[in-house]
Design a protein around this ligand. Structure first.
Ligand code: PAF
Length: 289
């Protein structure tokens, strides 16, 4: 496995591996790799000839300096993690390499970023769309893999790729969960043991809403109320948002007539956790993530 720290190294590697029919799969990450990233990498490994992982804690997508500074950085362990999974190249640039000077150009996806995390983290998705564009231009993948836990991020990237004609297939990968249902996240390590024991309540709330939808309820308000009823049993959990949005444009719906996501963000101590489930009213029991 090659580890590249500069854009030029990636470009040189890419040039020497540019065979007409070789498919390159790309997994962009911010490191602190866990089984959720493992699922993205393993899927890319199964489906592609070459696999590139990037590890870069992207400063321009953090809206709080403190959150950026304390974000876990575990490069040695991450490299071993990638090596064990047969990754061909890891791109681990410095901040200076990615942003040698302040940017004058950003990529902004509108509409899809007005609700959910977009409403609470101003500038976050602009930072994500911009760094992913830069990474796509550097790595030039054929396919890129994103987790459904970050459903709004996934929708934003899918939209950006469509709007701007990137020749890249975006592959969604189902959320990986702990045995008790908690969605895997690098931020779970901020939880104290007591908070960690409480955290699965978020998924339990979403599951309760999903069950209600599967039993025929189509009112978004009723679904939100059901999820809240479960989650609010734990007073330590502070819900930031809990919404039903259409799965494509991430806009709130009142009555469910097309695929939706029930999405939640909540604070538990110092950790901000997000999760969501998918429901398609056309399916008796829709795929769930
Ligand atoms: O999901 C993440 O880890 C980040 O938002 C991403 C896509 C790597 C961009 O920095």
């Amino acid at each position: 496995m090659l580890v590249a720290y500069t854009i030029q190294e990636v470009r040189d590697w890419r040039k020497s591996h540019k065979h007409a029919d070789a498919v390159l799969g790309f997994v962009p990450t911010m490191g602190a790799l866990h089984a959720g990233h493992g699922a993205l990498i393993e899927r890319a490994r199964r489906e592609c000839d070459l696999v590139v992982v990037s590890i870069f804690v992207n400063p321009i997508q953090f809206n709080q300096l403190e959150d950026y500074q304390r974000y876990p950085r575990t490069l040695e362990a991450d490299l071993a993690f990638c090596d064990q999974r047969g990754v061909d190249l890891v791109f681990a640039p410095s901040e200076q390499e990615m942003y040698p000077e302040p940017l004058d150009t950003y990529v902004e996806v509108q509409r899809l970023t007005t609700h959910l995390c977009g409403a609470f983290r101003p500038g976050h998705f602009r930072g994500v769309a911009t760094v992913v564009t830069k990474l796509f231009n550097i790595v030039q993948p054929d396919r890129a893999y994103f987790g459904e836990k970050d459903a709004q991020q996934l929708a934003v990237i899918q939209r950006m790729v469509r709007d701007l004609n990137f020749p890249i297939e975006i592959v969604p990968v189902a959320t990986v969960r702990e045995p008790d249902g908690l969605a895997m996240s690098s931020r779970n390590q901020y939880l104290t043991p007591e908070e960690r024991a409480i955290a699965p309540i978020l998924y339990q709330g979403l599951q309760a809403a999903l069950e209600l939808a599967r039993s025929g309820e189509r009112s978004a308000k009723a679904l939100v109320a059901r999820a809240r009823q479960v989650i609010e049993q734990e007073p330590a959990v502070r819900i930031e948002y809990l919404e039903v949005v259409d799965a494509q444009h991430m806009q709130p719906v009142e009555h469910i007539m097309a695929p939706v996501r029930v999405a939640v963000a909540a604070w538990l101590g110092k950790a901000r956790l997000i999760d969501n489930v998918f429901f398609d009213p056309a399916e008796k029991s829709g795929p769930e993530s």
